[in-house]
Design a protein around this ligand. Structure first.
Ligand SMILES: NC(=O)c1ccc[n+]([C@@H]2O[C@H](COP(=O)([O-])OP(=O)(O)OC[C@H]3O[C@@H](n4cnc5c(N)ncnc54)[C@H](O)[C@@H]3O)[C@@H](O)[C@H]2O)c1
Length: 324
């Protein structure tokens, strides 16, 4: 199988590349390295890396016609980037998907569009979110909703291509996916907490920390999406990819501090202080995983403590190397 991964030098994309190479696939990656890194990719005779933008239609045309499947993961991701680069967020997240869908349709290739639990918006109740549930967004003056809105349009466009033009499209909604190689630079909570705890710096919790999240191990997410791409019944479907287990962000901060053996202070700061005026967050984000179980025959299984152990070991490595 020949596969194209857009955003393949990123966190999820690079783990997906490893997995597909292990299974004997020939893998093409296109990435502009805006948030990804070549350090995430190990050289391999069946791995080909193109440093360019997914919005470059000529290059994408060439790559799409060579492969059997396209995994479209390239996007501007992370609350901090979305708030600080709103134009690029919308341009890449809308235009990139348009290019991918148009070319996948032109060459008749099955395509996976990476969507997000952000699409559910501002959910006030603590209950598992199912794919056909309501979406509740804040106003357009609150920049963070632009990411959710763009990803929702991507879903609409993917489903429209499927219904009207017969394109084979699979749309996973990732819930907080975590593991080694994820960077804390753009606001991702687990790498931020681990880096702070290892450095003995304050662990900064946004808001009062009572917001709850479900964390999914990246290896489980990769298993889930490759199974979905192989399942004819997943074509034309939106599917939650996440773990049902929940934890509050304050509890997470304590757990990270305890597992690192750190004496870092845990400090709460307001959303306004962290992201500027008018920022909104969602209180809960827990997936209903029934559809994933039914279509992929799989459910994320790696517990949070095991994920944190891997992230801590990965983040400690450069420090141990520097010390030896
Ligand atoms: N990690 C999560 O928790 C999570 C949750 C929900 C959805 N997602 C989705 O999964 C996908 C992958 O996210 P990730 O966590 O690996 O983030 P990431 O930032 O590590 O990966 C995104 C990759 O896309 C690349 N990229 C950005 N703009 C590009 C462009 N114009 N052309 C080519 N490449 C470009 C970046 O350099 C990066 O390598 C994204 O579509 C994201 O929206 C991730």
């Amino acid at each position: 199988m020949k596969v194209l991964i857009t955003g393949g030098a990123g966190f999820i994309g690079s783990h997906l590349a490893d997995h597909l190479l292990e299974r004997g696939c020939e893998v093409w990656v296109i990435d502009d390295l805006s948030s990804g890194s070549l350090d995430n990719l190990h050289p391999h005779p069946r791995l080909h890396v193109v440093i360019d933008s997914v919005t470059n239609e000529a290059v994408m045309n060439e790559l799409t016609h060579r492969v059997d499947h396209v995994y479209h993961l390239a996007a501007v991701v992370g609350v901090r980037l979305v708030v600080e680069s709103p134009v690029r967020t919308l341009e890449v997240n809308l235009r990139g998907t348009e290019v991918v869908l148009k070319l996948a349709h032109r060459f008749g290739k099955r395509v996976l569009l990476a969507s997000t639990s952000e699409v559910y918006g501002r959910q006030g109740e603590n209950r598992p979110l199912s794919e056909d549930g309501e979406r509740i967004y804040g106003p357009t003056t609150v920049g963070r909703w632009s990411y959710a809105a763009a990803k929702a349009i991507d879903e609409f466009l993917g489903l429209a291509y499927h219904r009207e033009r017969g394109l084979e499209v699979v749309i996973p909604r990732f819930f907080n996916t975590v593991g080694p190689r994820q960077t804390g630079r753009y606001g991702m909570v687990i790498p931020r907490f681990v880096e702070a705890a290892l450095a003995g710096a304050p662990i900064i919790v946004h808001g009062d920390g009572s917001q709850r999240r479900s964390f999914t191990y990246v290896g489980d997410a990769v298993q889930a999406i490759t199974r979905l791409m192989a399942a004819p019944q997943a074509v034309g479907e939106v599917i939650n990819v996440g773990s049902g287990a929940q934890i509050s962000i304050l509890e997470l901060a304590h757990l990270v501090r305890e597992m690192v053996g750190s004496d870092s202070e845990i400090r709460t700061v307001s959303y306004e202080e962290a992201y500027g005026p008018g920022f909104e967050d969602m209180r809960f984000r827990q997936p209903c995983t029934r559809k994933l179980e039914r279509l992929a025959g799989f459910c994320p299984r790696v517990p949070l403590e095991a994920i944190l152990r891997q992230v801590i070991d990965h983040a400690s490595r450069p420090m141990l190397e520097a010390a030896s």
